[in-house]
Design a protein. Sequence first.
Length: 338
Amino acid sequence: MLMTTYSPRSAHGGSLPRLGLAWITWRQHRFAFYGLLGMLAGFAMLMVVEGLRARSTYDQLGLARCASFTSGTCKQLAQELFSAYPPSWPLMFLLLLPGAFGAFIGGPLIARELEMGTYRFAWTQGAGRTRWLVTKLVLIAAVLVVVTAAYGVLYTWYNAPLDHVISRAFGNYLGFEFQGIAFPVQTLLAFTAAVFAGLLIRRTMITVGTVFLASFGLVAATVFKLRQHYMTPFTTAGSIGPRDWAVDTAYVDPAGHLLSHAQSQSLHSKWALLSSSGDGLPAVTFGNWLRAQHYTVVTSYHPAGRFWPFQFIEAGWMGLLILLLGIATIWLLRRRIG
């Protein structure tokens, strides 16, 4: 391996250039980065092609002349633009990328050295194990941040026409992940966790698999359970904005009592039964039917202006985990690995 032949001094006793360790890091991990860039390039090409096609459709439909897309012809044209976009499921694959990049790049960083025994040579060179590890962590983390942040910018460009005509809650899965700083931070967390896990497990493939599954599980738990609790939601008995994020709905009966979940389900079943009885009742939504029965619909929501506060909250607690994992990795490498 390259690290086994590295020394901070040349054959003539002079120091190697400061970029010596950086060059070695690049040589060791260049194929992983080639794979990373190749995978992203494929999705980038798809997004550029489809984004250009969507912009062409946007111009042909004349959507720029519409002041509102909530009714009438402009609403129909907006739906045509929506159908012109490809299905979103290919982009759902991008949600696996933080865990994949972190696991496959960070997992082998230390685990491979320990598994193959090359750490006995690599870490006894003049550079020292701490400098070796810090250099690798900083350089690889910087590349991951640049690449994933650039991809977020590309997604924002790709989605701009659709985002202009169809208002979505700011907690929308893909939008929140890629139009802020969550994507780079999630990738860095997976990478740092993979390096730390490799130091503990000492088996490359086990480390990669474990971290990939754990990272995906953490992201899923964050999206579906944790994120909505970053701040206390507002409540209203009225309507909310098109980009506000509704997180819960409750019902209050005419006497002012909040219904339990079971009572809400029973009420919904009653509405469904009446709607399908064929007795001439007008087709109404569940909410409108409730209001006609003098029930109050109370919505808990986060206003659209909380997008960036939520981004920084998520980056904050993940950044703290990244820092703690990095410190623990360096400490463990210095104290426990002989």
